[in-house]
Ligand binder design. Structure first.
Ligand code: MG
Length: 385
């Protein structure tokens, strides 16, 4: 029997997750078809991807690169659009089955909301969307009957642990963290960290923003908030456990005390494939995990003193409202500043904390409130720098 292929839109196809998603799709040509590819700026890679995968539509966010992309794809009959608005509108296309959101940061929010409202299933690689507006996004998913499959490896692990559990309640979840390149160090040792040092992650090969977030442990903080919304948890049900080998990708503890974990070598292609193929597990030739290669799997408590971002994430999650949106916007500004050598490693969390204190609290924000909060926080964070 012929299986109907899933038509995929990849938002952010030239980033790390986007590129790996195309590798997954390439390995399963009888299951997936690329319908839409989008990129911010990287026209060269976007053009070569489009020539290889022949999507129906391509969007380049940077308007200045429209002509270059359009000229390069003209002979293939691919429709080319440009600009931020096109990025938001393209997800409404009726041919799309799944929208994989691999955009970086806050920029993923509006396209994801549009996709949900168009009834598209979401493969979510953009955790910031749920951090900023988890309340709104999850409500919309209920309203429009949309399913979110997480691509983040930890959340994919939890998602996989929950399959077949029906309504069995979760007692708590364990989000594992590699601890990043500076695990085990104290604050004084992090004073003069350079971006080159911070960009060297021990286990995962990722984009620049998320790699810095891993070094500061903000990534884990954002993931804690992401998990709260994805799995409808209370803050006290989410524990972070440092696990330097990145083999146990996360675990769920049920009310009978049983703990189910998902294991594998650190490779994003597996969670990407699971999100795209869900509920099916597709055969592949990715590297297999062997227990004997890892005779010692170790676990430790996170250091909330040194990695203040993790404490900030927990406190903003507990406070709720627009506070996580402030956390995220301030973080995006300081990470960008750090990557441009404009702020010291430890000072990043001070700026974020300052923004959380100063931005006006909104208890039940609308989308407009989130947009406003994001804007105000960015201005304030830049002033504080
Ligand atoms: Mg992750």
């Amino acid at each position: 029997m012929e299986i109907k292929k899933k038509h995929i839109a990849i938002l952010g196809s030239t980033g790390s997750i986007g590129v790996q998603s195309l590798e997954v799709i390439n390995a399963h040509p009888n299951r997936f078809v690329v319908e839409v590819l989008t990129a911010n700026n990287n026209s060269d890679l976007l053009i070569s991807q489009a020539r290889k995968y022949k999507p129906n539509i391509v969007v380049i966010a940077n308007d200045n690169k429209y002509k270059e992309v359009n000229d390069a794809l003209f002979d293939l009959g691919i429709k080319v659009f440009s600009g931020q608005k096109s990025l938001e509108e393209v997800v409404e296309n009726e041919n799309i089955d799944v929208v994989l959101t691999a955009l970086v940061g806050y920029s993923g929010l509006k396209p994801t909301i549009k996709a949900i409202k168009s009834g598209k299933n979401i493969a979510l690689a953009n955790k910031e969307t749920l951090v900023v507006a988890g309340d709104l996004v999850t409500k919309l998913c209920h309203q429009y009957g949309t399913q979110i499959s997480p691509v983040d490896s930890e959340h994919s692990a939890i998602f996989q642990c929950l399959v077949g559990e029906g309504f069995n309640p979760i007692e708590k979840i364990y989000l594992t963290a590699s601890g990043g390149p500076f695990r085990g160090r104290v604050r004084e040792e992090l004073l003069n960290i350079t971006k080159e040092q911070a960009l060297k992650h021990p286990n995962w090969d990722m984009g620049a923003k998320i790699t810095i977030d891993s070094a500061t442990m903000m990534n884990k903080g954002l993931e804690v908030i992401e998990a709260k919304w994805l799995f409808n948890l209370k803050p006290e049900q989410i524990d972070v456990v440092v696990h330097p080998q990145s083999i146990v990708h996360s675990a769920v503890q049920f009310t009978d005390g049983s703990v189910i974990a998902q294991l594998g070598v650190p490779d994003m292609k597996l969670p990407i494939q699971y999100a795209l193929g869900f509920p099916e597990r597709l055969e592949n030739n990715f590297k297999r995990f062997s227990f004997l290669d890892y005779p010692e799997l170790t676990f430790e408590e996170p250091d909330f003193e040194t990695f203040k971002n993790l404490s900030l994430a927990y406190s903003t999650m507990k406070k709720g409202g627009n506070t996580p949106c402030v956390l995220n916007a301030a973080n995006e500004i300081v990470v960008d500043a750090f990557l441009n050598d404009k702020v010291g490693f430890l000072y990043m969390s001070d700026v974020i904390e300052n923004c959380i204190e100063k931005i006006t609290f909104v208890k039940n924000p609308t989308l407009e409130d989130y947009i406003q909060t994001d804007l105000e926080t960015r201005i304030l964070a830049k002033e504080l720098l």
